[in-house]
Design a protein around this ligand. Sequence first.
Ligand SMILES: [Zn+2]
Length: 252
Amino acid sequence: MTDPTADAPSRDLPVPERALVVVAHPDDAEFQAGATLAKWARQGCEVHHLVLTNGSKGTWDRTVDQEWLIQTRKDEQRAAATLLGGTGVVFLGHTDGELDASRAVRAQVCAVIRRLRPTVVLGHDPWKRYRLHPDHRAAGQLCVDGIVAARDPFFHPEQLIDGVTPHRPDALLLFEPDEVNHHEVVEEADLDAKLAALEAHTTQMETTHFYKVGEGDPLELFRARQRQRLTDAGSVIGVPLAEPYHLIVDQL
Ligand SMILES: [Zn+2]
């Protein structure tokens, strides 16, 4: 397998044995890759989530108890992962909005990759232009850097005890990509699972899900917007529904 080009985008990786999605916040995985994860889980893939921050800034309510918000968002993320057919969620718990692509956090990401041994890793595209949220930039960098560190024994060698060995995934899928070169074709059932998982993040309805949806029933408008995103991506390759990615395989 070689990296596809934008001129000839590829589609549909073989269903991985294990997938790991690395995200900044609770709900990022569902927005960007939820239908793909649901499809793979439906076909027997073991899906793991790694959430780097605690989501403590995900509200417009200045009176909210942030400890309550952190715990509630953990519960919501676990419920969402389960609705996608996922196996488990690892939370690193870094402060929301303050994620650094530091060597210390890279070591944590590397350790999770070495322990879970994913066939495919999914993450934010750290090279997406004009991206505003600092955690999304940092999380993308940490995902890429964690993959590089996980594969070679002289990176974080202290982790290589008790049977832990270096690990090299087969493919990296960057979502919300600067340049799309790959699509995962998904079914209606996968879109349904994605919507259900997104709606499990009940604390995020006002600030994220319903943000700028326009006039009307916000839930219906939100669902229509998510469907439209998958329809738009699918239309590029002539299928009803797809999620877009930048696929990297050559450097792994
Ligand atoms: Zn996010």
